[in-house]
Design a protein around this ligand. Structure first.
Ligand code: ME8
Length: 649
């Protein structure tokens, strides 16, 4: 089986951002997964260099376009190397092989009768490299809200592609091929765009920068191919078109083109399939649009100016905060981007959220699993994996269902759900260790049971390495190395199997994969099990029924006084509508009694009464910690007036 996956080719007018990294990481994950399955994968990315905005960016830096684009293409390559992106081909549209492909394709278009010479009179947005109708502009500006730049008026002879001829065929194709455009809601946008009427597309510009129309096309002199028509053809060039037909037949059609929503409707989901239909070439199997990463709600974009998150500085921030290795930071970024938001939707990017994932999912769930099990193998079995045991009845099915969920997730590009399934398996493995308590077995001397638990835990770790490998390749290598399986030939099937860690295997040196920075008071408080710092994940899950057992009501504090001999406590009288209750609250270091009288609070009314410092307390008011100490407690109030006694759910 072959699998061909593509990123868009990125404009080189400016540097790569985390937005570009997102698409590239997603494609890399897909490619790595299919490679693990044993498929013959072609994963391509590259740079779009024949754009007018690229020439202008070069001019602005006082450079000729050629050295400028080379320098920028190198910048993208370096960035992808730094993120462990294992592409098979990096295409630059200024390469000869691409010029040959574009010209061959245009000769085909011309032969099909779908190309004609006319005059373009209309608007052009250089930043978006898009032609617009007068009525599409917003006060003379580009209608793309992310751009909004002044459009330029153009009047020049131009070649047109009979795009309008393809409306019906496109609609029919979309209808007949349900998986062709994803996600489903974007497919409807495409259908509406086509139904709104396709205009013939201007496909040439008068310029000296770009790929010339082939000389075989009449009156081609002075025309270069419009950058979008040129750029889309990169997907054919990488597959071998037109020079290597055997290669082309092996890889084309692409299995999936991945991009963000900005270039989906007008270009990839309509113009591109129509061009392929005209050239009588098969259409890609699937075209997928993901959402945008935003900052303060706006698309992260190099053309926007301001501080743009670039992958390198984001990694530096993670390393500075956690003292992890660069490899671990790379994997944390890759994991975070795919786990944080559903693939089709927008997401707000922040280093804080990334650090949160690092702490919870990586240091806690994955890191802990490894660093509980391996030291126990070191301690109880002198660093050798005990003899194998039959598949654990809980762990093995949990691993298999995580693997199956990931398979579906990659097929439907729902990375978030796939990773959630893998993380349920990791948590199940941690629970297995809690429940089986190998430390207790070691104490009781039940050697057979201890062997079984340690072997099963080692297997869970081995399977975890396979499952996370497409997203976190460094981590997978490191896990295997620590298990003593460095250089192990990994394959996806191994995620479904049991018993592959060789008995007697000498494990490597256990080292924390995702180290934690001691956060002073916070970490100490957590170690002490302080409820205000327990992570939400560590709390037991309760059903809605269980939650409904808690009677939360609005109350008004009508009296407050100190509790003698207790500097943290206040005795409150709270009116909860149909009665008044006495409650003792540990808020005295944050509130004076007079601060509270008249305040509306939220009360747990059906808490078992307790006598605290001689005062019977019948309920509890809700409060939280601003920081981790008793001097900064904030009482929960509400932002619109709720009547006393109102139920809070
Ligand atoms: O459009 N969030 O290049 P481009 C998510 N050359 N993805 C983002 C993003 C963000 N904030 N910012 C960029 C072009 N991307 C053309 C493509 S293809 C034949 C020609 C990603 O440099 C995303 O994949 O503007 C988006 O579609 C692409 O970069 C746009 O890159």
């Amino acid at each position: 089986m072959k699998f061909y996956v593509t990123t868009p080719i990125y404009y080189v007018n400016d540097v790569p951002t985390v937005g570009h990294a997102y698409t590239t990481i997603a494609c890399d994950v897909v490619a790595r997964y299919y490679r693990l399955r044993g498929d013959d994968v072609l994963f391509t990315t590259g740079t779009d260099e024949n754009a007018l905005k690229v020439v202008r960016a070069a001019e602005a830096r006082g450079l000729e376009p050629k050295p400028f684009v080379s320098q920028m293409a190198d910048d993208f390559r370096r960035e992808w190397l730094g993120l462990n992106i294992a592409y098979d081909d990096f295409i630059r549209t200024t390469e000869d092989r691409h010029r040959r492909a574009v010209q061959a394709f245009f000769e085909k278009l011309h032969a099909s009768g779908d190309l004609y010479l006319d005059k373009y009179e209309g608007w052009y947005c250089v930043s978006d490299e898009t032609f617009f109708r007068e009525e599409e502009l917003v006060e003379g500006r580009c209608p793309n809200p992310e751009c909004g730049r002044k459009a330029e008026w153009i009047e020049e002879p131009a070649y047109f592609f009979r795009f309008s001829n393809y409306s019906d065929r496109l609609l029919e194709y979309i209808e007949d091929n349900p998986g062709f455009l994803l996600p489903e809601f974007r497919k409807n946008e495409v259908v509406n765009f086509i139904r709104g009427g396709l205009r013939d597309a201007c496909v040439s510009r008068q310029s000296s920068w770009g790929i010339p129309l082939p000389a075989s096309i009449p009156e081609s002199e002075g025309h270069v191919i419009y950058v979008w028509a040129d750029a889309l053809i990169n997907y054919l060039t990488c597959a071998g078109y037109p020079d290597d037909i055997a290669r082309f037949e092996q890889y084309w059609p692409a299995d999936v083109h991945i991009m963000a929503k900005d270039i989906f409707v007008r270009f990839h989901a309509t113009l591109w399939p129509a061009m392929l239909m005209a050239a009588e070439l098969p259409l890609p199997r699937c075209i997928v649009a993901h959402g945008w990463w935003t900052q303060a709600g706006e698309k992260i974009s190099k053309s926007r100016g301001g501080a743009i998150p670039r992958p390198g500085p984001v990694l530096d921030a993670v390393i500075a905060e956690t003292r992890c290795s660069r490899e671990a930071a790379v994997d944390a970024l890759r994991y975070h981007m795919l786990r944080e938001v559903p693939f089709g939707l927008d997401g707000e990017f922040s280093v804080e959220a990334l650090l949160g994932r690092y702490a919870d999912d990586l240091a806690n769930d994955l890191g802990n699993l490894l660093h509980r099990v391996l030291p126990m193998i070191a301690r109880y079995r002198e660093g050798r994996v005990p003899s194998s045991c039959p598949p654990d009845p809980d762990l093995h099915p949990a691993a298999q269902s995580a693997a199956a969920a990931w398979e579906t997730a990659v097929e439907t590009l729902d990375f978030r759900s796939g990773l959630a399934a893998i993380w349920s398996f990791l948590r199940a493995a941690n629970r297995f260790i809690d429940q089986q308590a190998p430390w207790a077995l070691a104490k009781s001397g039940d050697q057979q049971a201890l062997d079984r638990v340690l072997y099963s835990a080692a297997e869970a770790i081995r399977i975890a390495a396979v499952l996370v490998a497409p997203v976190m390749p460094n981590t997978a290598d490191e896990i295997e190395a620590q298990l003593g399986l460095r250089g192990w030939r990994r394959s996806w099937d191994q995620a479904h199997e049991w018993g592959l860690v060789p008995a007697g295997q000498q494990i490597g040196r256990p080292t924390p994969l995702f180290p934690r920075q001691d956060q002073g008071g916070k970490a100490a408080a957590k170690a002490a099990g302080s409820p205000n710092t327990t992570r939400s994940r560590e709390m037991p899950v309760i059903s809605i029924k269980e939650f409904q057992k808690i009677d939360l009501r609005v109350g008004e504090v009508i009296g407050a006084e100190a509790v003698p001999g207790a500097d943290k406590l206040l005795k409150l009288t709270v009116d909860i509508g149909d009665e008044q209750r006495t409650m003792v609250a540990g808020v005295a270091l944050s509130y004076r009694p007079e601060d509270l009288v008249g305040k509306k609070v939220v009360v747990v009314t059906n808490l078992e009464p307790a006598t605290i410092r001689g005062v019977r307390s019948e309920g509890m008011i809700l409060a939280g910690w601003v920081q981790c100490d008793d001097k900064s407690i904030a009482i929960v109030t509400h932002d619109r007036s709720l009547p006393k006694g109102a139920r809070v759910t």
